[in-house]
Design a protein. Structure first.
Length: 110
């Protein structure tokens, strides 16, 4: 998974749903970051933090669960999309966590 792609997919979906209007708004309200978060990452040639993935995943899962409880087919479809994006974030988080403990095991065996 391209790390930035899940953010872009989420932003596009939220924009299509008229939940956010700009990337700056998305960064503030869905990632808990400042409006220039992605510009800063590009400038510093860094990847998004695991915490940012966690915040987005949790918020997507929260709204997915709420939307899933409705009787509206459209809302259930959006809930499934939110759950899928949340799962992508969770996979990244789990991969990063595993990389961390494996790296720690490797260094302790030296």
């Amino acid at each position: 998974m391209d790390k930035i792609n899940v953010f872009e997919q989420t932003y596009r979906l939220l924009k299509d749903l008229s939940v956010v209007d700009t990337k700056a708004e998305f960064c503030k309200t869905w990632l808990g970051r400042n409006e220039g978060y992605f510009r800063g990452l590009r400038y510093k040639n860094k990847q998004p933090s695991t915490q940012t993935f966690a915040v987005l995943s949790n918020k997507l899962r929260h709204y997915s669960n709420l939307l899933q409880q409705t009787n509206n087919t459209h809302s259930k479809k959006i809930a499934a999309q939110f759950a899928s994006l949340s799962n992508q974030c969770d996979k990244y988080i789990n991969r990063k966590a595993k990389d961390t403990w494996l790296r720690l095991m490797d260094t302790s065996n030296d």
